[in-house]
Design a protein around this ligand. Sequence first.
Ligand code: PLP
Length: 336
Amino acid sequence: MPLVDLRSDTLTRPTAGVRAAMAAAEVGDDVYGEDPSVNALEEQVAGLLGHDAAVFVPSGTMGNQICLRLVCPPADELLCGAEDHIVTYEHGGAAQHGGISTRTVDAPRGLLTVGEVEPQLRPAGWGTTPTRAVSVEQTHNRGGGAVHPLPELAALRALTARHGIALHCDGARIWNASVASGTPLAAYGALFDTLSVCLSKGLGAPVGSVVVTDAERAKEARVLRKRLGGGMRQAGILAAAGSYVLDHQLERLEDDHRRAREIGEAVGAERVETNIVPLDLTGTGYDGPQLAAAARERGVLLSVVGPRRVRLVTSLEVDDAGARTAADVVAGLLGR
Ligand SMILES: Cc1ncc(COP(=O)(O)O)c(C=O)c1O
């Protein structure tokens, strides 16, 4: 039975166009700063997000780890949402690599706003661990692909600026937010001191993320990247894939969003904003693992994200027929 795989948009395999771009890439030694394809990608991504500089890194996790160190000194405090990737899936990296004290705040659908953050800020001089940085996630993965509205982010920027606190964005799926909301990438970018953006999720590059920031911090980011073992040599092979997907596979994210909405309607998901269909199984007779196993038997793979929560993620790997199959199978199991 053919499988329809909706576990994650990280499963996307390179298209023929991506492979051709990689094969044709001009390369040099990027640790020497001499890889033309890496340099071009860094310039392209910095420009898209309205910043001066960017640094190509192997993964979104490394991108976040580098950014957090750029904005928060050791032992000082980072505030972030309780469901954020940086505190859920990065295995304590902020503490291990940066010595950072992280404090989490509950936020509906993962979206931190001024309402949650302001009462929690602890400025230097209070005798408490000083808050130095706030981190948000766009779109929010465990929040079901929720989009942070621009006005709320702008209000967070104003708040953090007033307190002299840095603002970081885990923008692994910032592309989806931009396509779904019609907000230019640079409008988001302007609000943050640092961003980590991923090329290897819905965009479909096989590997790679980019740290976006100012020129001074970018210099430090290159040192931190090297220290973490992320200095890559002929990395232009990968960077060329990144440039290709930005040029050719960004706007098609709208197709993923449409398919996710269609699946969401069929299975009775609460709210679908981008390419993630979050599904609460409370009252259905299934827990997450049971539904995942039953769907797998019928050729559909989905992810368990909590005892009674699963998600279905659309991507390049899921066409219209696959989305229909997934919708029919899951709706059928749930009797919807
Ligand atoms: C929101 C978010 N941030 C960061 C990452 C980390 O990316 P990587 O898997 O490339 O380390 C992911 C991965 O899925 C993610 O969903």
